[in-house]
Design a protein around this ligand. Structure first.
Ligand code: GAL
Length: 683
């Protein structure tokens, strides 16, 4: 494994969002922060994220004095700064004087000033004002030794439907389609008289207007991604010009429940424009609907996706050391879980543990969100001490910086497919569960400590022995051909029900399932049946029956082997699961949604055929997870107990426990929520 070419530092970053602008009237607190930062073994702070009003209190009047002091103090204290551009929230004077910067909603209502993350991405004025403050910041701190990286804005998201955005959307469409004739064809214009005869007739989708043209809905989402990236890129102009040597990131996010990929921006596109991928991860630990291990599996999945976006180690820029404040119930991490969950981020490829936030606000919206320093200001509480423990562990792990997991298995996730499949009127409206289905396939590998890359459609497939592609409803001919080539050259491909239905503009394929897929899989997919929860069917696979849920494809077998057969309904005794040798590889089609027991048996057989196994030689019970990072010379094994009781694991070769320095082989006890990190020479 090559080392990450983008490493920021030769140590793991530990720290978080720091908002000194909230405490300028409390100099003693700012002073105390410096002492506590050292005590908590932190080294890096994201500063200035929402500080625009303190940096430019009036239009054209700038005050960097407080920021100068913070930059100097942190540096003298041994720390570094990830400096933010402040575009995530505006000063009131800006909205008042230039109301065009305020976002217009999908219902065409212009928002009032307030909140955050709600500016128009197209507004020229907003872009100019952001560039001015970004240039000032860059000029001021470009040579400051504390400056480690740029944190551009904060968690970009949302959309604006103002007139400027409508115009920009039409320009984007013209560039894509050139003529209205082409656009009308690709959007299937004659349906409900939806042809356009002038570009100006086209409007962004709206709940009070047009929302039934799927091609339009899809293009609008693509445009929002493209316009957000465009806004981001104009933020970068002064940064790239004046600090070309300083890496740039912007923090990505996920859904708050179940850690599904963030929906409204296509991060596979955005990732191309960041130097280092960073993101904010807030798992719902200790919820009342799943085990800690199930939550941990979802943490694994999303981190494996975000890591794979750039194929480099990444940064956790925000997580909470204790609670969040946005859920219906905001449960505290139980003792030990902060450390365990931090180790899990490292295990999946993070080079940092950073928090939202360093110090809890005294007032306003986030005053009860967890922080390293609570309102008691003390270092004697549980949270502060657990953070300090994380710091101590990170200090012993600097060798892992830039190392990466090495995966033989990939699962494919596609943002555009998620948009299109959710927009599709048909199938089971409430049971599509596209990303959740990926998590279910992922779970089998996670349970067996098999490293997985969760990749996107433009990435290289050929380095994987096994590529799993569930529910790829929207797929272009180009991607189909890449999948074909992958199998032809020896790859093993698993595809499922609801794949290969529409092309990149959401137009269905004609003349049956796409011809190339028919060739690769040796089947034609004739129908898709959607089930009520009470509907029952089973698939016979091997010597067992497995229950079908939600979806069953009716398959016409041409050249494939039948591996599983439906037990009931008008397609009883017909193929549900097939396999087909094509070129040097093999293509499996799983026509029905089946359960975890099926996935286990099914993938077990494929993994045995392909000799895919864990990179670590450890035996353990379910709920313990082992993930491995590799350097050119060493293999680092992260063994984590996500069960509610102590566990005994068996290590089958001699390894060194990094934290205790002991050499170990044989049985090792893990406490409840305990972990071990082992190292072993490779080669
Ligand atoms: C993040 C955001 C932070 C803070 C945090 C609370 O999404 O970037 O500023 O609001 O959530 O969990």
């Amino acid at each position: 494994m090559k080392k990450n070419s983008n490493i920021l530092a030769n140590y793991l970053l530990h720290g978080g969002d720091y908002n000194p602008e909230q405490w300028l009237d409390y100099p003693e607190i700012l002073q105390k922060d410096l002492v506590l930062m050292k005590q908590a073994r932190t080294n890096t702070f994201s500063v200035g994220i929402f500080a625009w009003a303190q940096l430019e209190p009036e239009e054209g009047v700038f005050d960097f004095s407080w920021m100068d002091k913070i930059m100097n103090d942190i540096y003298q204290n041994g720390g570094r700064v990830i400096l933010a551009t402040p575009s995530g929230a505006r000063p009131a004077w800006l909205s008042k004087k230039y109301p065009e910067v305020l976002r217009v909603s999908n219902e065409r209502v212009q928002q009032l000033h307030g909140g955050r993350h709600n500016h128009c991405f197209t507004s020229l004025i907003y872009r100019q004002k952001v560039q001015i403050i970004n240039r000032k910041l860059t000029l001021r701190y470009k040579d400051h030794p504390a400056l480690l990286m740029w944190h551009v804005s904060n968690e970009y998201g949302g959309e604006c439907h103002c007139d400027q955005c409508q115009d920009a959307f039409r320009r984007w469409l013209k560039k894509k389609y050139q003529t209205l004739t082409t656009l009308n064809h690709e959007w299937w214009g004659p349906f409900w008289s939806h042809q356009f005869t002038e570009w100006s007739q086209i409007q962004s989708p709206s709940v009070i207007g047009e929302n039934s043209i799927h091609g339009l809905n899809l293009d609008w989402k693509r445009f929002v991604t493209s316009q957000t990236i465009d806004f981001y890129q104009q933020e970068l102009i002064p940064l790239r010009e004046l600090t070309p040597h300083i890496p740039v990131t912007t923090n990505f996010m996920s859904s708050t429940v179940d850690l599904l990929p963030f929906k409204s921006l296509d991060y596979s596109q955005f990732a191309k424009h960041v130097d280092i991928l960073s993101w904010d991860c807030y798992p719902t630990w200790h919820n009342d609907w799943e085990s800690l291990a199930d939550t941990a599996m979802k943490v694994g999945f999303i981190n494996d996706l975000y890591r794979s976006l750039k194929g480099q180690s990444f940064l956790i820029l925000e997580c909470t050391p204790s609670v969040v404040n946005v859920r219906p119930i905001n449960r505290a991490k139980r003792p030990g879980v902060h450390l365990l969950s931090s180790v899990q981020f490292l295990a999946h490829g993070s080079d940092s543990i950073m928090y939202f936030q360093w110090r809890k606000s005294r007032g306003s919206f986030e005053k009860f969100h967890g922080a390293v320093i609570d309102h008691d200001g003390s270092s004697n509480n549980r949270v502060f001490q657990e953070v300090t423990q994380v710091g101590q562990v990170l200090e012993q792990l600097s060798d892992i910086v830039g190392t990466m997991p090495n995966s033989d298995v990939a699962i494919l996730y596609d943002w555009e497919n998620n948009w299109a499949i959710n927009d599709a009127q048909g199938f089971g409206k409430e049971t599509k569960f596209y990303p959740q289905t990926l998590q279910q396939h992922y779970q089998v590998f996670w349970n067996q400590d098999i490293s997985v890359d969760v990749i996107t459609k433009e990435q290289n497939f050929s380095k994987y022995k096994l590529l799993v592609v569930p529910m790829l409803y929207l797929v272009s001919e180009q991607t189909i051909d890449r999948l074909r080539a992958y199998v032809e050259q020896g790859g093993v491909l698993v595809m499922t029900y609801l794949s290969g239905i529409v092309n990149e503009n959401d137009l269905t394929y004609l003349n049956g399932w796409p011809q190339l897929l028919q060739k690769v899989f040796g089947i034609n997919v004739l129908e898709i049946d959607s089930y009520y929860p009470s509907d029952r069917n089973e698939v016979r696979y091997g010597d067992q029956n497995y229950e079908v849920k939600d979806y069953a494809s009716v398959i016409n077998v041409k050249e494939a082997n039948v591996e599983g057969v439906y037990q009931a309904d008008f397609y009883a005794k017909t193929a549900a699961i097939t396999s087909h040798s094509y070129g040097k590889g093999k293509a499996y089609y799983v026509g029905a949604r089946l359960n975890e027991q099926f996935h286990e048996v099914f993938y077990q057989k494929i993994m045995a055929d392909l000799q895919i196994s864990s990179n670590a030689a450890i035996k353990h019970e379910k709920g313990v997870s082992v993930q491995v990072r590799l350097s050119d010379t060493h293999s680092y094994w992260f063994v984590m107990n996500f069960t509610e009781k102590p566990q005994v694991i068996r290590v089958n070769c001699e390894v060194k426990d990094i934290l205790s320095g002991e050499w170990i082989k044989g049985e090792v006890r893990l406490e409840r929520y305990g972990f071990k990190i082992f190292v072993k020479k490779v080669g």
